[in-house]
Design a binder for this molecule. Sequence first.
Ligand SMILES: [Zn+2]
Length: 110
Amino acid sequence: MSDLIPIPVSIKIGGFDYAVSELSHKEAETHGIDARVDFYDLTIKVRGDMHMQHFAERMLHETLHGIWDAAHLGETEDEETVVTRLSKGLFQVLRDNPQLVTLVTQAGTS
Ligand SMILES: [Zn+2]
């Protein structure tokens, strides 16, 4: 993972502070995953040995799972499909529209 791009220490979702850390290679291989969110211990873990663009998209993906939980949408068969499609779409829109990111993050701050 790049040392040049700051990784958030935590992400606020639905009023909760999720601690962000790297998923170990062993945990990833054992469970066959590259990222996970835990609603009980409020953690988001992402493999640190993937390309930074994949890392960022996976962060969005796990954040959307957190939003899904915070919105009480319930466990459904559609959750993974919806979150996967939205995270990839959101990743593309945010990367290709930095002025939109600025608008959202700076709105009402000055
Ligand atoms: Zn998922």
